[in-house]
Design a protein around this ligand. Structure first.
Ligand SMILES: NC(=O)c1ccc[n+]([C@@H]2O[C@H](COP(=O)([O-])OP(=O)(O)OC[C@H]3O[C@@H](n4cnc5c(N)ncnc54)[C@H](OP(=O)(O)O)[C@@H]3O)[C@@H](O)[C@H]2O)c1
Length: 194
């Protein structure tokens, strides 16, 4: 049974024109050199305290493969020691004990397995998984960080979303880096898949 206190948040960073990666998967454009005079900065301790509030991560296999490449290049693992669930139908390398693979119905997984066990559940991409999460009515919140750059083409934030999803704007934050963070609640009851 679903835990009424649990929250599913979809979080990604995207270019102003709505792409989360180039067509070939590169995310080099995430590093920008903007300086927004009125922007805020988050102290490392505040970032750490915020990350502590996240109980588990969920991602698609292509996002996991990007994380594996980052780690191999020495950039580390972004998900700390939190349980990280990777959606895949393939056999992929399991690089840490906190990583678990899952295939099968996403609504059953979220409502039957994740919601009873975790309070703050973060879907961290990519576009395919974010769209499935919304299509199935599983998300409570969308957190969209808009990076100050246009890249013209790439993998969209929500791949093949087939219906309108009404949102309620909850928070807007402008950072010194020029990134704008928008936090929305997904309006209405959770969908039929939930
Ligand atoms: N800018 C950002 O914040 C950000 C965040 C995340 C990712 N990204 C980038 O986005 C790109 C990846 O996005 P993407 O949309 O192409 O792919 P994705 O959503 O990361 O992964 C899609 C894959 O996950 C597996 N999958 C999805 N739903 C499943 C389900 N319900 N059950 C089992 N397996 C499922 C399938 O692969 P199998 O063949 O393995 O079954 C599917 O092809 C990467 O380049 C990544 O770097 C950017």
């Amino acid at each position: 049974m679903a835990n009424p206190d649990s929250r599913v948040t979809i979080h990604m960073a995207a270019s102003l024109d709505g792409f989360i990666a180039r067509k070939d998967g590169r995310v080099d454009w995430l590093e920008t050199s903007d300086d927004f005079a009125g922007g805020v900065t988050m102290a490392p301790e505040a970032v750490e305290a915020f990350l502590e509030t996240i109980d588990c991560y969920v991602m698609g296999s292509r996002t996991y493969e990007t994380a594996l490449r980052f780690e191999a290049q020495g950039f580390g693992w972004s998900y700390g020691d939190k349980p990280t669930f990777v959606l895949t139908s393939r056999e992929l390398p399991r690089i840490r004990d906190t990583v678990e693979f899952h295939s099968g119905d996403l609504a059953q997984f979220v409502n039957g397995r994740l919601r009873p066990a975790f309070r703050s559940i973060w879907f961290v991409g990519g576009g395919m998984v974010a769209a499935e999460c919304l299509r199935r009515g599983l998300a409570d919140e969308v957190c969209y960080s808009i990076v100050p750059v246009l890249i013209g083409n790439g993998i969209p934030f929500f791949e093949r979303l087939d219906r309108d999803v009404a949102l309620h704007l909850v928070e807007v934050k402008g950072y010194k880096s020029g990134t704008v963070e928008l936090r929305y609640e997904v309006r209405g009851p959770r969908g039929p898949g939930s």
